[in-house]
Design a protein around this ligand. Structure first.
Ligand SMILES: Cc1cc2nc3c(=O)[nH]c(=O)nc-3n(C[C@H](O)[C@H](O)[C@H](O)COP(=O)(O)O)c2cc1C
Length: 350
C-alpha cells in the first residue's frame, strides 16, 4: 500500500541514521573577510527564481503527502513557507492520483499564501510500469490540485532499484518529459544521487526550466529502503541498500555539473545556513532543505520556525563575514575545495 510506504519513509527518516556517510559540504572552505564593510541589519537575502520572488535563497523540498501524518507535516511546512516567504514542494502526488480521497493531504497547503508551490510526480510514472503511465489528465490533476507554479519530475531510479516494489523501466522517460515540458514549467529533480553533466544537458535539451540537483551527502534513499528491507526480512534488498548507501554525485559537484544555463537548486545534505550559503557560492540560485525539516514539521510550526530562524541567522552571518550585502555578492565570495570533493570538481577536466 502506497500510504503505508509513505508513512514508513517518514518514520524511518525521523528515527534512523539515513544520511550518506560523508557530507561533502565540509569540503567547501570559505575565506573569511575580517573587514566586511556591510551592515548586518541591511543584508538583502531576497532572490528571484524563474520570475518568482523569494525572501530567502532556499525552498522547502518535496517530501510528503498521502497520509494523515503527511497532511500535518505539509500543513506546518506550508505555514513556514508563508511565514518566511519561501517556495515549497509537496511529495510525490501518485497517492492522490490513485486515491482521490487523499487529495487534501496535499491541497492542505492551499490555505497558505506561499510565493510558489511545486507539484511533484516521479519520472517512473511517465511511462508504463506494472501500472499504466500517468495520463495528461493525471498530470493536470496534480498540477491544479495545489494551484502549482511549477511541476517537479523527480528522478529516483536508485530508490526504485532498492525498494521491493520498485519500478524497473526507464526507457522512454525523456521522450514523455519533453512532451510535458512543452505544456508545464518543469523542474527536474534528483532525490539524493545528483545529476551528471550529461544528464543536465539532456534535461536542458528536453526543455526543463530548472534543475534541482538533489545530490549525495544527505538523505540516502538506499539507506531508507535498507531499513524497510530489514523490517520485511528481505535479505536481497538489504544487501542492495547497504551496497548503494553512498552512491551518487556529491551535491556541490552536481551543482557544478548542472551549470548548463538554467537555474539550479542546490539541495542534498544541507544542514544549516552555512551549508546553504556554500550552495549559493558554488552556483546554485537557491538551496533546498528536506529531511532537516521533517522532525520539526512533525512537531509544530513553532518548532519549525525556531529551526528556520537559526538557518537564516547562520546564512546571514556567513554573508556578513564574506562581505556579501546581498545574494548576488555571496555568489562571488571566495572559497576553495578540498579532497575528496576537489576530485569530483575535476572529473570533467575543469
Ligand atoms: C521522508 C522523505 C520523503 C521524500 N519524498 C520525496 C518525494 O516524494 N518526491 C521527491 O521529489 N523527493 C522526495 N524526497 C527527497 C528530498 O526532496 C530530497 O531531494 C532529499 O531528501 C535530499 O535532501 P536532504 O538531504 O535535505 O534530505 C523525500 C525525502 C524524505 C526525507
Amino acid at each position: 500500500m502506497i500510504e503505508n510506504r509513505k508513512e514508513e519513509h517518514i518514520r524511518i527518516a525521523e528515527k534512523e541514521a539515513v544520511s550518506s556517510e560523508y557530507n561533502y559540504w565540509d569540503d567547501v572552505k570559505i575565506i573569511h573577510q575580517a573587514i566586511p564593510e556591510v551592515d548586518f541589519d541591511r543584508i538583502d537575502t531576497s532572490v528571484n527564481f524563474l520570475g518568482r520572488s523569494s525572501s530567502y535563497p532556499f525552498l522547502i523540498s518535496s517530501m510528503t503527502g498521502g497520509t494523515d501524518l503527511a497532511k500535518r507535516i505539509n500543513g506546518n511546512l506550508a505555514a513556514a513557507a508563508e511565514h518566511f516567504g519561501v517556495g515549497m514542494g509537496v511529495g510525490s502526488m501518485r497517492a492522490a492520483v490513485e486515491k482521490k480521497e487523499l487529495a487534501d493531504t496535499y491541497s492542505v497547503i492551499n490555505g497558505y499564501n506561499i510565493p510558489f508551490k511545486i507539484a511533484n510526480i516521479g519520472a517512473p510514472q511517465l511511462i508504463g510500469q506494472k501500472k499504466p503511465a500517468f495520463t495528461d489528465s493525471d498530470i493536470e490533476y496534480c498540477f491544479s490540485l495545489i494551484n502549482a507554479d511549477f511541476l517537479i519530475i523527480h528522478f529516483n531510479f536508485l530508490q526504485e532499484m532498492v525498494q521491493p516494489e520498485g519500478d524497473r523501466n526507464a526507457r522512454g522517460v525523456m521522450k514523455r518529459l519533453k512532451d510535458i515540458a512543452s505544456s508545464y514549467p518543469v523542474i527536474a529533480k534528483e532525490t539524493g544521487n545528483g545529476f551528471s553533466r550529461e544528464a543536465a544537458l539532456e534535461l536542458k535539451d528536453a526543455g526543463v526550466q530548472a534543475i534541482d540537483v538533489g545530490g549525495l551527502g544527505g538523505t540516502s534513499f538506499a539507506a531508507i529502503e535498507y531499513y524497510r528491507a530489514v523490517k520485511a526480512s528481505d535479505s536481497e534488498k538489504m544487501h542492495s541498500g547497504k551496497t548503494f548507501w553512498n552512491w551518487g554525485i556529491p551535491s556541490p559537484a552536481s551543482i557544478r555539473y548542472c551549470d548548463v544555463g538554467l537555474p539550479v537548486i542546490g539541495s542534498g545534505g544541507l544542514r544549516n545556513g552555512l551549508d546553504l550559503a556554500k550552495s549559493i557560492m558554488i552556483g546554485a540560485t537557491m538551496g533546498g532543505f528536506a529531511r532537516n525539516f521533517l522532525s520539526s514539521a512533525d512537531k509544530s510550526f513553532d518548532a519549525l520556525k525556531i529551526q528556520v530562524d537559526e538557518i537564516i541567522r547562520d546564512m546571514k552571518m556567513t554573508m556578513f563575514l564574506t562581505s556579501s550585502e546581498n545574494v548576488g555578492a555571496l555568489r562571488k565570495a571566495r572559497y576553495f575545495v578540498t579532497e575528496p570533493l576537489k576530485s569530483w570538481f575535476n572529473a570533467y577536466g575543469e
